[in-house]
Design a protein around this ligand. Structure first.
Ligand code: AMP
Length: 206
């Protein structure tokens, strides 16, 4: 089962993705974490993206798509993936569909965490004070939020048109959000079972 955890920065995507990893054995693929790891390692990629990330801008589609494809190959045979912070543009979403199709997989569902912008600004102010993440400073965060509305939100109609989008109130307590997601995934799992073709049809067609 492959799930896209969707929402603006600081909506709680990473927290929920980690819970699902623990409960369902799905693998969390966070492009933000991968890019931060590249920076910490001091690699060429890390140096290339550092300024862009600190400003709060998006790194190129090419870079993040390559990171995701690499992980899909490394984790072949995994029970499924939770995409966290990816895709963030329509181009990325289309590339993800193609990459999964090439591996006989697809995006099974998209969970949108709905959180009001003002709540996000308050949350991030607190996180900036506690953790000091450079791109959480008020100027960068406004750019990140702006990029979300301009470049990422257009994915909502893209996934809604495919009947894959479900919305969850991201303002609720972490446990409440988690159990809402749990219910959605259980329903999706039974839908996948109902629609899955038997192995002989997958091999011989029909
Ligand atoms: P995140 O931790 O997901 O908020 O990501 C932190 C930063 O990494 C973002 O503000 C972007 O600069 C970069 N980034 C992460 N994921 C993507 C993506 N899918 N596309 C472009 N840039 C990304």
């Amino acid at each position: 089962m492959n799930i896209v955890m969707f929402g603006p920065p600081a909506a709680g995507k990473g927290t929920q993705a980690k819970l699902l990893t623990a409960q369902r054995g799905l693998i969390q693929l966070s492009t933000g974490d991968m890019l931060r790891a590249a920076r910490t390692s001091g690699s060429d990629l890390g140096k290339k993206v550092a300024g862009i990330m600190d400003r709060g801008d998006l790194v190129s589609d090419e870079i993040v798509i390559a990171l995701i494809e690499e992980q899909l190959d490394i984790n072949k045979g995994a029970p499924g993936f939770i995409f966290d912070g990816f895709p963030r543009t329509v181009e990325q979403a289309k590339a993800l569909d193609t990459s999964l199709e090439l591996r006989d997989q697809k995006v099974d569902g998209v969970i949108r965490l709905c959180v009001d912008d003002n709540v996000l600004l308050a949350r991030i102010e607190k996180r900036f004070k506690e953790e000091g993440r450079k791109d959480d400073n008020p100027e960068s965060f406004k750019i990140r939020l702006g990029n979300y509305h301009e470049q990422t939100a257009p994915l909502l109609p893209f996934y809604a048109a495919q009947g894959k989008l479900t919305e969850v109130d991201g303002l609720a307590e972490i446990d409440t959000v988690a159990s809402a997601i749990d219910q959605i995934l259980d329903m999706q799992k039974s839908d996948i079972k109902k629609t899955a073709k038997p192995w002989w049809k997958r091999i011989f067609g029909g």
